[in-house]
Design a protein around this ligand. Structure first.
Ligand code: GDP
Ligand code: MG
Length: 321
């Protein structure tokens, strides 16, 4: 039986933005119902979003975020948050999902809450994007989706397979430029408009060079300027560093053959490599443990859930034009 939020609402991933015949549409009713609820609307939001190209394990990993959120903020016990052997992995639909070719943004309909001692309450929003760089969506759809995700999140995970390549950075720059236009109407400002950018590297093959887990060294390497680069390549690196408050990278091990290749894989823990699970257990609390929560800010002000709805409406309008 599916979990029920109150007497009639399902707890599920809800598509809040979609692109129909290449225009963005906002599911206003769903967004309001979820974020303007009495216990939510006045809380500061923490928004963790994941974006990147198709079928690279984004939704799969996000369901572990969900497990942690449930354990930490509902059951208030994180001892066994990762679950038991035999549990199937549920939540955001993964393995292509039911609608693999619809582009858009999803949020989990249950908003997790936390009340820090002596501070305003927090609402945690988990966001998934789908369809970026698949062959159905236009470049404009991709840019808009990624830019909205970046504008709304306090932690933007950029999911990349194996290692960061120059074109991953070029895309990022394009999204940043678009997103900045929506914020201040110009791409000239030098202010750090966004918060945390986390390069989430999947199937990291070079653990003998850089160990799994957070790697400052790897970020430095990727963003370093040198005299072999063209002026554009240097400028690209500077703009990434000047746009985000914090840039980090987390190197994930390969999850094993079952996860990557088996048709009947259901996400059971015993079918996932121990090494992968070990780093999932490091990654997720580093973002979602109470002491690590990053409240979303726009122009230096905390964003409350009701305001988040307004921003979302205005960004969708901007990018629909
Ligand atoms: P998304 O399109 O990026 O959201 O990808 P999904 O989460 O739907 O996963 C697509 C496929 O990748 C599934 O078959 C997963 O089992 C598999 N997968 C999940 N995580 C990883 C990973 O870290 N590495 C590899 N190679 N495959 C993964
Ligand atoms: Mg997905």
């Amino acid at each position: 039986m599916e979990e029920v939020l109150d007497s009639f609402e399902l707890i599920e991933a809800v598509q809040i933005v979609n692109s129909k015949s290449h225009t963005l549409e906002l599911n206003v009713d769903a967004v309001r119902r979820i974020l303007e609820a009495d216990n939510i609307k006045d809380r500061n939001v923490v928004v963790v979003s994941i974006a990147g190209s198709l079928r690279k394990g984004k939704s799969f990993l996000l369901n572990f975020f969900l497990k942690y959120l449930k354990a930490q903020y509902k059951s208030h016990d994180v001892t066994d948050w990762i679950g038991q052997n035999g549990d199937e992995l549920e939540g955001f639909s993964w393995r292509g999902g039911r609608h693999p070719d619809t582009i858009g943004i999803w949020i989990w309909s249950e908003i997790f809450t936390y009340d820090p001692p002596n501070d305003d309450g927090i609402a945690i929003i988990l966001m998934d994007t789908q369809g970026i760089f698949d062959n159905q969506s236009s470049m404009k759809d991709c840019i808009s989706t990624f830019a909205i995700s970046m504008l709304l999140s306090s932690v933007q995970c950029y999911n990349i397979m194996r290692c960061i390549q120059e074109d991953d950075l070029q895309y990022l720059q394009l999204f940043m430029e678009y997103a900045r236009l929506a914020v201040d109407g110009s791409d000239e400002t030098n202010e750090k408009v966004f918060q945390n950018l986390l390069f989430l590297i999947r199937d990291w093959p070079f653990s003998y060079d850089n160990a799994y887990g957070y790697s400052e060294e790897y970020v430095k390497e990727v963003l370093a300027e040198n005299d072999k680069q063209t002026p554009e390549m240097c400028q690209l690196r500077q703009s990434i560093e000047s746009t985000f408050e914090q840039v980090s990278a987390f190197l994930m091990p390969h999850p094993g053959k079952s996860v990557a290749q088996e048709k009947d894989f259901k996400g059971k823990l015993e079918d996932i490599d121990d090494e992968f699970v070990k780093y999932v257990k490091i990654l997720i609390p580093s973002i979602l443990a109470p002491e690590n929560l990053k409240v979303k800010q726009i122009n230096g002000e905390n964003v409350r859930a009701a305001e988040f709805v307004k921003y979302l409406e205005s960004y969708v309008e901007t990018f629909s034009g």
